[in-house]
Write a new protein. Structure first.
Length: 544
C-alpha cells in the first residue's frame, strides 16, 4: 500500500486567521487540488447548525467535478446514544461524500472538561460513531485529536481510543499532533510504539499522521515516521490554525524528489498548484517556501552567480540542491546592485542578451543601469525577483528604448454613496505611433467606472488608449494585486504595489509611490510597457 496524500487545505487551512475563502474560491481551489491528483481532498465540515453555511452546495459542486481525488466530509463523533438522532452527524452523511473523516477525543481532560463525559463514555462515543458511519457504507477515517498529548498523559487510554475506533470499522487511524508541540524524537517513538502495540493486539488498520507547525517541526515529524504510516495529512500552502499545518508542497518535494518515492500527484505542476492554493485562499505566496517559492532557487550574491555561470548549462548544482524544473519552478538570477557585472550578465542572458564581461556595450551601459537600479532600490521598488522589470531596464539601457507608454499627468477621483463606489481616472501622456521611426502620439482621456475602484478605472483607460493602437494588450488581465510598505514612515510611508498579469504568460510588475493608488498606476503602466516592448523587440507589435 503506497502512502496516501490527504489534503485539508479547504478545511484546516481555512481556519488560518489570514485565509479567506469565498464559496466560488472554495470550489475553484478544489478543482485545482483535484487536478493535482491528490488521493483525498477534505472539502469541509457540512453542518446545518446555526443555519446553512453553504457547504451543501459546495459539496455538490465538488462531487460533480471530482475526477482524480476522493472527496472527504469532516465531522465529529456524537455523544448521542443513538447516532441516528444526531443532526450534525447526519449532515456529514447527507453531504454525499463516500469518505468520512471523524475526529474524536484522546486526551482525558478533553473528554472531561469539553465533552463533560467520563473516559469510558468517550470510548463508547468513538465506537458508536464510527460504527454508525461504517454501517452507512462509507469509507471511514478516524482522526485521533490531541493524540500525542493524550498519549503522554495516559498511554493506555490513548491506545484504547484507537482500538475502539479500529474494531468499530475505521479504515485508517490518524494520530494528530493537534497542539503541534511534540518534539521529533518523541513523535517518532510514540508512533513506533503505537504501530507495534496495535500489531500485538491483532489490529492491522493503517496509520496516518496529522501534524501542526507550532514548533516548526510539522514536516520533520511527518518525515520521521514514514516506515509506520500509510497516510499523511497537510495543507498545500502550510497554513492552518496558529502557526499552521504541515506543508504538502514541502513534504512532497522531500518525499518524491529528494527521497525518490513514487507519488500519484503531478509533481511538475507543484509550484503552480501551490501558488493557486495561496491566491484562492486570499494570501500571497511565500516567496521563500521550500521547493515552490519564487525565490527558492534565486541567487543574489556575485560569487553565487559567477559560480553558476562557470558551471555551464547544468551549473545549478554548485549552489542548488536540485533542479527546480522538477517541481515546476525555475532558477532566478536576482538583479540587484550587490550582484555586480556577473549578476547583470546572468539576468540579461535570460532575456536574450549575450554579453561577456569585457563587452563594450555592457561596459558603456553598466554605470547608468546600476545608478537607475540603485535609485529604484532606494525608493523600495524591490524588483530583484521580477524578470519583467529587468526586461524593461535592459530595453532602456542596452537598446536605448524609451517608454512606449508614458503617463505624464493623471488624476484619480473616487466617491462612495449607499455602498456603491464610483471611480474616475483622467490622464494624458504619450504612446508609440510608429515603431519604425519611433514616433509618438500624445493622448488625453478620462474614464468613469460606476461600480468599481480606481485601479479598475486605470486599467480600462489604458486598455482603451493602448488597445485602439495595438490589439496585443486586449487580452491583458490582472491576475493578482497586492500592496505592502516599501519604506516605513508612519502615515507618510512609501507603498509598493506588485501586480500579476496574464497575457499568454504570467509576469509581474511593480510600482512605488507615497500614494497607494499611484503605486498601482505605476505598476500598471509598467505591465503595459512590458507587453508592448516585448512585442516590439520580437517584431510582433502589430497596429490596429
Amino acid at each position: 500500500m503506497t502512502l496516501k496524500i490527504y489534503d485539508t487545505t479547504l478545511r484546516d487551512g481555512g481556519q488560518a486567521a489570514e485565509v479567506s475563502l469565498s464559496k466560488s474560491d472554495h470550489i475553484a481551489l478544489f478543482k485545482v487540488l483535484d487536478s493535482f491528483h491528490l488521493d483525498y481532498i477534505e472539502v469541509g465540515w457540512p453542518t446545518s447548525a446555526g443555519g446553512d453555511n453553504g457547504m451543501k452546495e459546495i459539496f455538490k459542486e465538488c462531487l460533480n467535478s471530482a475526477k482524480y481525488s476522493k472527496v472527504v466530509a469532516f465531522g465529529s463523533t456524537s455523544k448521542d446514544k443513538n447516532p441516528e438522532n444526531d443532526q450534525r452527524l447526519n449532515d456529514v452523511l447527507d453531504a454525499g461524500a463516500q469518505t468520512i473523516c471523524l475526529f474524536g477525543k484522546t486526551w482525558i481532560p478533553h473528554a472531561d472538561l469539553q465533552l463533560k463525559i467520563t473516559p469510558e463514555e468517550n470510548l463508547e462515543v468513538i465506537g458508536r460513531s464510527v460504527d454508525y458511519i461504517r454501517k452507512k457504507g462509507r469509507e471511514t477515517i478516524y482522526d485521533a485529536e490531541h493524540f500525542f498529548d493524550g498519549f503522554k498523559d495516559n498511554k493506555e487510554y490513548a491506545l484504547e481510543t484507537l482500538v475502539r475506533a479500529a474494531r468499530a470499522g475505521a479504515q485508517t487511524l490518524v494520530l494528530c499532533d493537534t497542539n503541534g508541540g511534540t518534539m521529533t524524537d518523541d513523535f517518532k517513538e510514540i508512533v513506533r510504539e503505537i504501530f507495534e502495540r496495535l500489531e500485538e493486539k491483532g489490529i492491522d488498520t493503517p496509520l496516518g499522521v496529522h501534524t501542526h507547525n507550532d514548533c516548526g517541526l510539522a514536516l520533520a515529524n511527518g518525515l520521521s515516521v514514514l516506515k509506520y504510516i500509510k497516510q499523511i495529512q497537510g495543507t498545500m500552502h502550510g497554513k492552518g490554525e496558529r502557526a499552521g499545518n504541515m506543508s504538502l508542497a514541502a513534504f512532497l518535494g522531500n518525499y518524491s524528489i529528494k527521497m525518490g518515492n513514487p507519488v500519484r500527484v503531478d509533481i511538475q505542476r507543484m509550484k503552480e498548484v501551490y501558488e493557486s492554493s495561496c491566491r484562492l485562499s486570499g494570501i500571497a505566496p511565500d516567496l521563500t517556501h521550500p521547493f515552490v517559492g519564487k525565490l527558492a532557487f534565486a541567487h543574489r550574491g556575485g560569487v553565487h552567480v559567477d559560480a553558476l555561470e562557470k558551471g555551464g548549462e547544468n551549473g545549478g548544482f554548485l549552489y542548488q540542491h536540485m533542479q527546480p524544473e522538477l517541481v515546476g519552478n525555475s532558477q532566478i538570477s536576482l538583479l540587484t546592485t550587490l550582484g555586480g557585472k556577473a549578476g547583470v550578465i546572468k539576468a540579461a542572458r535570460e532575456h536574450g542578451y549575450k554579453f561577456e564581461k569585457g563587452d563594450s556595450k555592457l561596459l558603456d551601459a553598466i554605470g547608468p543601469l546600476f545608478e537607475h537600479l540603485r535609485k529604484m532600490e532606494d525608493e523600495g521598488a524591490q524588483i530583484a525577483w521580477l524578470p519583467a522589470m529587468h526586461f524593461l531596464l535592459f530595453a532602456e539601457h542596452f537598446d536605448g528604448l524609451p517608454k512606449l507608454l508614458d503617463i505624464k499627468d493623471s488624476e484619480v477621483y473616487t466617491s462612495k454613496a449607499n455602498g456603491k463606489e464610483r471611480s474616475n481616472f483622467y490622464c494624458k501622456g504619450t504612446i508609440l505611433k510608429d515603431s519604425r521611426e519611433m514616433r509618438f502620439d500624445e493622448f488625453e482621456d478620462i474614464v468613469t467606472v460606476p461600480d468599481d475602484g480606481p485601479i479598475r478605472a486605470v486599467d480600462l483607460l489604458l486598455k482603451k488608449v493602448v488597445g485602439e493602437r495595438f490589439p496585443i494588450v486586449k487580452n491583458l488581465e490582472i491576475a493578482d494585486y497586492h500592496t505592502s510598505i516599501a519604506k516605513s514612515n508612519g502615515a507618510a510611508s512609501t507603498v509598493r504595489t506588485v501586480i500579476d498579469f496574464k497575457n499568454g504568460e504570467l509576469f509581474e510588475t511593480s510600482g512605488v509611490d507615497k500614494n497607494k493608488v499611484y503605486s498601482g498606476i505605476a505598476a500598471l503602466e509598467a505591465g503595459y510597457n512590458y507587453v508592448l516592448t516585448k512585442a516590439l523587440k520580437e517584431g510582433k507589435l502589430l497596429k490596429a
